[in-house]
Design a protein around this ligand. Structure first.
Ligand SMILES: Cc1cc2nc3c(=O)[nH]c(=O)nc-3n(C[C@H](O)[C@H](O)[C@H](O)COP(=O)(O)O)c2cc1C
Length: 355
């Protein structure tokens, strides 16, 4: 019912407007709804998951539900009080950078409705570590909701070399760790839209980055956001480096850069080429989840992300080895009822396997 109402009524209206304007509207509305227990309860009425206990402890962190909002939606940490009412067990804020980033020029977000994808060319737009940490500290925590923080390299010339890039990540992680803000941290090495490039998706550059970050005390779990567009040998080499460091697991993965894999490549804009989210990420993400599980078993936690549009898509990622899930684009195309539907399906599967 929820999904029909969203797809039949609300989505056709929303999809007539500029995607970034719609996003800004939902950010303000969501932040406002999250401020009061009454509006939180009202939002929870149709959208929250209330079935059997599906909570899960991963790397010592308890998730009420195993579905998280992925990095890139709430990049400034404004929705921490409302997302639990929609069934999310947590969210990943950011990506956050040491200094504020303006992002690329608009338009930097575009829908590809037939391909069920978004072209993302945001360029790490965010308020920066200090402002975001202050915001997170000032907001009252909602019970049973995990807040992860995604950290990326500042998208400017100052952090463009390997050395300054490492120093930039180090500063951000150290500040969050010292302030005890964040239930887990993700090191985003795979933003396809940063002007200074993706230096650290080269295993030889990742090694010194992780050596440096190992020096910061590990108080909460740490994950790496993996690229899915690189060749499998490079993906394997990155995993080999990661497995030797103070990293609990991997998020598989980030945006897809292969435009020829879109269901309708002619839908893509000619003017700019950002990373692609949604359906076009599904297969690459799944292949790499399975490969990581086969090679590392339980030694690396796997957070499955990319192209989840239905409970079946979600179960496929669990079946291949994911411990938790993250999503964004499916929620935009299918509506926020998707999260509850995934939780219900997950509960059903758990009941079947426990009998
Ligand atoms: C608008 C938008 C912005 C994003 N920004 C970030 C980001 O800042 N950091 C990051 O790690 N991933 C970012 N991503 C990638 C998502 O976290 C996710 O990996 C990707 O979209 C695949 O999941 P999906 O198909 O469920 O959207 C962004 C995605 C979207 C749609």
């Amino acid at each position: 019912m929820l999904s029909l109402a969203y797809k039949g009524i609300l989505k056709p209206i929303l999809f007539r407007f500029d995607p970034e304007d719609v996003h800004d509207f939902f950010m303000s509305t969501g932040e406002w709804l999250g401020r009061h227990s009454f509006t939180r309860a009202l939002t929870a009425l149709p959208y929250n998951y209330r079935g059997p206990d599906i909570s899960k402890v991963v790397d010592g962190v308890r998730y009420r539900t195993p579905v998280l909002l992925s990095a890139g939606f709430d990049y400034n940490g404004r929705l921490t009080q409302i997302l639990s009412s929609v069934g999310f067990g947590g969210e990943e804020i950011g990506s956050v950078t040491a200094r504020p980033c303006e992002g690329n020029k608009r338009p930097r977000l575009m829908r590809l409705p037939r391909s069920k994808s978004l072209v993302v060319y945001k360029g790490l737009r965010n308020d920066g570590v200090d402002a975001i940490m202050k915001r997170l500290k000032s907001k009252e925590r909602v019970k049973d909701f995990v807040i992860g923080v995604s950290i990326a390299r500042t998208n400017d010339a100052q952090s463009a070399t390997t050395e300054t890039g490492i120093a930039d990540y180090y500063t951000s992680l150290e500040k969050f760790t010292d302030a005890r803000v964040g239930d887990y941290y993700t090191i985003n090495i795979s933003c396809p839209n940063a002007t200074c490039g993706e230096t650290f998706i080269d295993p030889a550059a990742l090694e010194p980055l992780l050596d440096a970050l190992d020096e910061i005390p590990t108080l909460v779990p740490r994950y790496i956001k993996m690229p899915i567009s690189v060749p499998m040998e490079q993906f394997d080499a990155l995993l080999a480096v990661i497995a030797e460091h103070e990293i609990n697991g991997v998020i598989i993965g980030n945006l897809n850069k292969h435009y020829n894999e879109l269901a309708y490549p002619d839908e893509a804009p000619k003017e700019y080429h950002g990373g692609l989210s949604g359906k076009v990420c599904f297969t690459r993400s799944n292949e790499r989840i399975l490969r990581t599980k086969q090679k590392y078993g339980d030694a690396l936690t796997i957070i499955g992300c990319g192209g989840i549009f239905s409970p079946e898509d979600a179960m496929e990622k669990f079946r291949l080895g994911a411990d938790l899930l993250q999503l964004i684009t499916g929620m935009i195309f299918e509506g926020p009822g998707l999260i509850k539907d995934i939780c219900k399906e997950y509960a059903k599967r758990q009941l079947v396997t426990s009998h």
